[in-house]
Design a protein around this ligand. Structure first.
Ligand code: URP
Ligand code: ZN
Ligand code: ZN
Length: 467
C-alpha cells in the first residue's frame, strides 16, 4: 500500500530555485512539485497534508562531519548515534556522515565494522561513514579500494595529533595517490602537529595552562602551512582534496590561491568559527574549555574571511564537526593543563538555525544557505540527488522551516547529550517546525515523532562535486 503526503503552500527553497509550490511525497520519495494554487497542485491527493503556508520547505540538512561516540582525549564524545541523530533531526539535519576510525594496529575493515555496530538500529536519520586512516600501510592502501567500492568514499588524514591519528607527509602522499586511482576523496585535518606539540610543551613550561593557550599555540600560520602542504601533496598525487574545519584567514588564502590555479581543492568551515572567537576561549575561570576544539577558535577578525570564502565559493561546505564533551567530568580533564582538554564542540542541532541567522544578518543568501548546508555536502560526499535537494525521485528528507519564529539557544532546551551550549543565550530568528526523513515524520510541529532505527546506513558514490 502506498503512503502519500502533500506539503502545501510553502516557499520551496533549494540551492538553485525558490518557488511557491506544493510537494507530493509517495513511498518516501518526492513524487512531484507543482506551483501552489494551480490545478496540477490541486490534483495532488494524499492521506497526510502538511500546511506550510508562510514557511520555507527546504531539503533536510546534510552534516558531513560528525563524531558520535568518538573515543578521543581519554574519553568518549558524549552523543551516541541515538542521541546525536535525534538532536540532528531536531535541528533540521536528516543525514550525517560520521567518521569511522582505524584503531592502532587494526585494519580499516575492523574500524568500519565497529562503527556499523555502534550505529545500526540506533539512528533517527540516515547516515554514512568516512574512514579515518591513521596507519598507512600496504594493506591499508588496498583496503581503501574496497571501501570506495562499498560506499565509504572519503578518508580523513591528520597532519596534527602526533602519536594519535598523525600521518607524515610520505603516508599522506601514498594515501592521496591511492585516492587518485580509486576515486576516493582525502579529507585533511591541516595543522602542523609536530610544531604545535613543541609550542604546547613550551607554553606549559612557562605555566601557561589555561584554555586560552590552546588557541595561542595552535597558530593560524601552522594551519596555513599545513593547508599549503596538503594542497601541494594532493597536486603531486593528482588527487582532489577537501580541507576540514578551516578557521584561519591565511588558510582560506591558500585554498583561494590553489582554486585560482584550477586545482580541485575544497574547504569546509563550521559554525563555531563563524560565530565564536578566542574571546570565548578566554572566558573566565575554566569556562573557555567549552570552546576547545582543533583547529581552534580564532580572533574575531578571521570571521570576515570565512564569510567571504563562503560567498565566493572558495569555501563550499559548512558542517559541524560535532564532537561534544560535557563540561563536568570531560572538559574538566584539562584543568591545569589545556592540552588535556578533550578537543571538540557540540553543534549538530544548531547548524541550520545559525546559518539561517546568517541569511537574516545578510552574510549569505537563502539559496546559498541550502547550498552550503544541504546540496554541496550531498554532492561532495556522493549522496546527490538522493539527499540535499527537493526534486522528483529524491528522498523526501524535508524540513518545514518557520523563518519568523524567534528562539533563544540553551542547554536547557537542546537535545544534544551535553551539559552546555556553545551558543547559550544566543537569539536566533527561524526555527525548524517539522522534519520528514524519507517521508516519515521525525519532528512534527516541534514534537519528536521519530524513532531509533528509522535511520539507515547510506552507501555513497564518489565525489560528485568534481563533475
Ligand atoms: O576538536 C575537534 N575538531 N575534535 C574532533 C576531531 C577532529 O579533529 O575533527
Ligand atoms: Zn580534525
Ligand atoms: Zn572532526
Amino acid at each position: 500500500m502506498s503512503s502519500r503526503t502533500v506539503i502545501r503552500g510553502g516557499l520551496v527553497v533549494t540551492a538553485s530555485d525558490e518557488l511557491h509550490a506544493d510537494v507530493l511525497i509517495e513511498d518516501g520519495r518526492v513524487a512531484a512539485l507543482a506551483a501552489s494554487g494551480t490545478p496540477a497542485a490541486g490534483a495532488f491527493a494524499a492521506e497526510r497534508v502538511i500546511d506550510a503556508t508562510g514557511k520555507y520547505v527546504i531539503p533536510g540538512g546534510v552534516d558531513g562531519h560528525t563524531h558520535m561516540e568518538m573515543p578521543f582525549g581519554g574519553t568518549y564524545a558524549a552523543d551516541t548515534f541515538e542521541t546525536g541523530t535525534r538532536a540532528a533531526a531536531w535541528g533540521g539535519t536528516t543525514t550525517i556522515v560520521d567518521f569511522a576510525i582505524q584503531g592502532v594496529g587494526r585494519s580499516l575493515r575492523e574500524g568500519l565494522d565497529a562503527w556499523h555496530a555502534k550505529a545500526e538500529g540506533n539512528c533517527a536519520i540516515d547516515y554514512g561513514f568516512h574512514m579515518i586512516v591513521s596507519d598507512v600501510t600496504g594493506e591499508t592502501l588496498k583496503e581503501m579500494d574496497l571501501l570506495v567500492e562499498e560506499g565509504v568514499t572519503s578518508f580523513k588524514q591528520f597532519m596534527a595529533y602526533p602519536g594519535v591519528f598523525y600521518s607524515d607527509d610520505g603516508q599522506i602522499l601514498r594515501a592521496m595517490q591511492r585516492a587518485a586511482g580509486n576515486g576516493g576523496l582525502i579529507m585533511m585535518h591541516a595543522e602542523n602537529g609536530i610544531a604545535i606539540d613543541v609550542l604546547v610543551e613550551q607554553a606549559l613550561a612557562r605555566g601557561e595552562t589555561d584554555p586560552r593557550f590552546h588557541g595561542e599555540v595552535r597558530k593560524a600560520l601552522l594551519e596555513a602551512e599545513a593547508t599549503h602542504r596538503a594542497i601541494r601533496l594532493a597536486q603531486v598525487a593528482g588527487a582532489p582534496l577537501y580541507v576540514v574545519h578551516v578557521s584561519a584567514t591565511e588558510a582560506v588564502a591558500e585554498l583561494t590561491r590553489a582554486r585560482d590555479e584550477g586545482l580541485p581543492v575544497f574547504g569546509e568551515t563550521c559554525p563555531q568559527y563563524l560565530f565564536l572567537s578566542t574571546d570565548n576561549l578566554a572566558e573566565p575561570g575554566f569556562e573557555g574549555a567549552k570552546y576547545v576544539c582543533s583547529t581552534p577558535l580564532r580572533p574575531e577578525e578571521h570571521q570576515a574571511a570565512l564569510w567571504r570564502g563562503l560567498r565566493t565559493n572558495d569555501l563550499q561546505v559548512v558542517s559541524t564537526d560535532h564532537c561534544p564533551f560535557c563540561f563536568t567530568g570531560q572538559k574538566e580533564l584539562g584543568r591545569g593543563d589545556f592540552s588535556k582538554i578533550p578537543n571538540g564542540m557540540p553543534g549538530v542541532e544548531n547548524r541550520m538555525d545559525l546559518l539561517h541567522q546568517a541569511v537574516v544578518d545578510g552574510h549569505i543568501g537563502r539559496r546559498r544557505w541550502i547550498e552550503i548546508a544541504c546540496a554541496t555536502p550531498a554532492r561532495m560526499f556522493g549522496l546527490y540527488p538522493k539527499k540535499g535537494t527537493i526534486a522528483p525521485g529524491a528522498d523526501a528528507d524535508i524540513v518545514v522551516y518557520d523563518p519568523h519564529a524567534e528562539q533563544v539557544v540553551s542547554a536547557e532546551t537542546h537535545h544534544m547529550n551535553v551539559d552546555y551550549s556553545a551558543y547559550e543565550g544566543r537569539r536566533i530568528t527561524g526555527r525548524v517546525e517539522t522534519v520528514l526523513s524519507r517521508g516519515e515524520p521525525v519532528v512534527t510541529e516541534r514534537e519528536y515523532t521519530g524513532r531509533k532505527g528509522h535511520g539507515v546506513y547510506t552507501p555513497r558514490a564518489t565525489c560528485q562535486y568534481l563533475n
